[in-house]
Design a protein around this ligand. Structure first.
Ligand SMILES: [Zn+2]
Length: 287
């Protein structure tokens, strides 16, 4: 497991909550297969393995424990799990999100806040589980759940292109929680700011943690793997590739300047990465 990184008042950990397989071509958009298959090798069904990696933040100055995103979760049936070859954290007596947090050495009962970057199933599915009667219910019913209002509106009335990613059972139970809908950029907790981006989906938010001269950024689907740290490498899933390129260029330029640690939600190998400038281009620092 990766060592925690202390960023000001926050002890930060990138933690794995299982993962899934998605079509390699869809993950790499216009990048030719001969190029991307050297980055991540596809299986016989042309899928590539992708982690669902979360960010766990423990405040050293209060009781707050924040989790960013929630993985796929365990509500879906066998055919869904097989289609995406989903794997979940070990253990079976509690929901996968709680297992992942416990495995990192933190008591899941301490979680006070969930920041959800966006409501696609591989980011929010794990925030809910099935109750004894088989109905979806929240894993952390008394936690505050943070989401961009624009993403919420998009998810409850999805466009045909994204309909398969916004599943009702992941979204409706959130209505009964402490749901904080955010409009745009801003500091939501001391040292934690969110920034709205719209290229991947309407109203996704990236998370920036700053303190003690350090910056850590959780990029969500703006750069799902270290290979996507090149601004032009967008996903076929992005609703607007050009918007995604512009947003990524801007955020990576800031990250370069502040020497930020970048947390990669879906990279199958690397939890974090840094970037550097090579011949005028932003590229990932490969270990
Ligand atoms: Zn997404």
């Amino acid at each position: 497991m990766e060592e925690p990184i202390v960023v000001g008042r926050w002890v930060t950990r990138a933690i794995e909550c299982g993962g899934l397989h998605l079509d390699g071509g869809a993950m790499f958009g216009s990048v030719p297969r001969v190029v991307w298959e050297r980055c991540i090798e596809p299986d016989l069904e042309h899928r590539i393995p992708l982690a669902t990696r979360l960010l766990l933040l423990e405040d050293t100055e209060s009781d707050r424990v924040v989790i960013v995103d929630a993985g796929v979760g365990d509500k879906e049936d066998v055919s869904f799990r097989e289609r995406f070859a989903v794997w979940l954290p070990e253990g079976s007596d509690e929901p996968p999100l709680r297992r992942a947090i416990r495995k990192a050495g933190v008591d899941p009962d301490r979680v006070t806040d969930l920041i959800i970057t966006h409501l696609h199933f591989d980011h929010v599915g794990g925030a809910t589980t099935l109750d004894a009667a088989g109905h979806p219910c929240m894993v952390f019913p008394s936690a505050t759940h943070w989401i961009q209002e624009a993403n919420w509106n998009s998810a409850i009335d999805p466009n045909p292109r994204e309909k398969a990613s916004y599943l009702r059972q992941n979204i409706e139970p959130l209505e009964g929680t402490q749901l904080k809908k955010i409009d745009g950029d801003g500091e939501i907790l001391s040292g934690i700011t969110v920034e709205r981006v719209d290229g991947h989906t309407l109203g996704m938010q990236t998370v920036r943690v700053e303190g003690g001269g350090q910056v850590l950024r959780y990029l969500a689907d703006l750069a799902p793997t270290r290979h996507h740290l090149r601004p032009a490498w967008t996903m076929g899933y992005d609703i607007s590739a050009i918007t995604a390129v512009e947003e990524k260029s801007r955020i990576l330029a800031q990250a370069l300047e502040e020497q930020a640690v970048l947390v990669l939600e879906h990279d199958p190998e690397s939890a974090t990465a840094k970037i550097e400038l090579k011949n005028g281009n932003i590229v990932p620092v490969l270990k």
